[in-house]
Write a protein that binds this ligand. Structure first.
Ligand code: KG4
Ligand code: ZN
Length: 351
């Protein structure tokens, strides 16, 4: 089975071609960072227009890279949510149109399910597994019990962790995206110099929160001589990174216990998303997993950040179970993986 995957939910236009034998025949991503840069954030209208401008040629390029034509496809998958509605409409309409024209089955893929199933594109990872999804837009702990079957253990009450890295970097005068900048600066820094809070440490449940840490960091920076010295930036970065890692490790410890209660034989912890690139966090998770008798699986970075190969793969997983979607499937800007999970609030932080 060879499936075309389309991803347009945020600020990256992506197209990929993947086979059910785990071959990635093409995997193209066209970033819009430059188009949004003058505005200091993602402008939904600009994103939708850029997807419209690029998607057509990107799909043709993907087919050419794979050395196949539309006639060789066995299915089409497009991200149908969650995300910015303009971009979702562009991707879903394109996917549905190709499926209609070629009489192919269509899979409307939940972007989060794309991330959740990505480790299975790389190797044999059996259900159930525990998933930590950490990126600029997502921050969740989930149990993946099967295709279309997820149990959300925790989510963020305020910022996603990548967002927190980006905002912290900005406060320190570092460039965007902030995560890699902070990691680099932290290499020569003292993580014990500044006593930053570990949000929600020891509190029940598996939710995340980073706004208190952000505020504490802002206050700490304001109390230092300006402009910040290189030493101060390094120590701030190291202290911030350590606080984030402690907080995530604490949340994961609780999630592992919950996972084990539910699935005593479950043996895998997967980490995905852009923040999974952070070596300190990875090391912490490796130790944590080993202590709990779990294996840590981290898909390669290219599959961790937003891409269309994971969308094509999720399409394959769904289509081979006969879970095709109708060609009038409407995109969903909000689309939780676990519809039974209550909205995250409380813990005294923010409703
Ligand atoms: O998954 P991703 O590429 O895009 C989406 O969020 O959709 O994740 C990007 C995020 C950014 O917030 C970036 O700062 C963060 O991942 N990031 C990192 C590192 N590399 C990327 N955060 C911490 N340490 C890193 N090495
Ligand atoms: Zn994503």
């Amino acid at each position: 089975m060879v499936v075309l995957g389309i991803e347009t939910s945020c600020d990256e236009t992506a197209a990929a071609i993947v086979s059910d034998r785990r071959e990635i025949l093409a995997d193209l991503v066209r970033s819009q960072v430059a188009a949004h840069a003058p505005y200091g954030g993602i402008v939904p209208e600009i994103a939708a227009r850029a997807h419209l401008d690029h998607l057509d040629s990107l799909i043709r390029e993907a087919l050419a890279t794979a050395g196949i034509g539309f006639g060789d496809l066995d299915g089409v998958a497009a991200t149908a949510g969650p995300g910015l509605i303009g971009g979702l409409i562009v991707g879903v309409m394109m996917g549905e149109a190709i499926a209609a024209a070629r009489d192919l089955p269509f899979a409307a893929v939940n972007h989060l399910e794309g991330h959740a199933l990505s480790p299975r594109l790389v190797g044999e990872v059996a259900f159930p597994y525990l998933l930590l999804l950490v990126s600029g837009g997502h921050c969740q702990l989930l149990i993946a019990e099967g295709v279309g079957r997820y149990r959300r253990l925790g989510t963020t009450i305020d910022d996603a962790v990548g967002e927190a890295f980006d905002k912290a970097a900005k406060m320190m005068g570092l460039a965007y995206p902030g995560g890699p900048e902070i990691e680099r600066a932290a290499e020569t820094g003292d993580p014990a110099r500044f006593d930053l809070p570990r949000p929600l440490l020891g509190s029940p449940g598996c939710h995340f929160s980073f706004s208190g840490l952000k505020t504490a960091l802002r206050r700490t920076i304001a109390a230092l001589p300006q402009p910040l010295s290189a030493r101060d930036v390094a120590d701030l970065a190291a202290s911030f990174q350590a606080a984030v890692a402690d907080s995530i490790a604490d949340r994961c410890t609780r999630a592992i216990a919950a996972f084990r209660r539910r699935h005593p034989r479950g043996d895998t912890l997967v980490v995905a998303g852009g923040v999974a690139a952070n070596r300190m966090l990875r090391k912490r998770l490796e130790t944590l997993a080993a202590e709990s008798g779990l294996t840590l699986v981290a898909p390669p970075q290219r599959l961790c950040t937003d891409n269309a190969a994971m969308i094509a793969w999720a399409g394959i997983e769904r289509l081979r179970l006969g879970l095709a979607d109708p060609l009038d499937f409407a995109p969903r800007p909000r689309w939780p993986l676990d519809p039974t999970a209550p909205p995250a609030a409380g813990a005294g932080v923010k409703a």
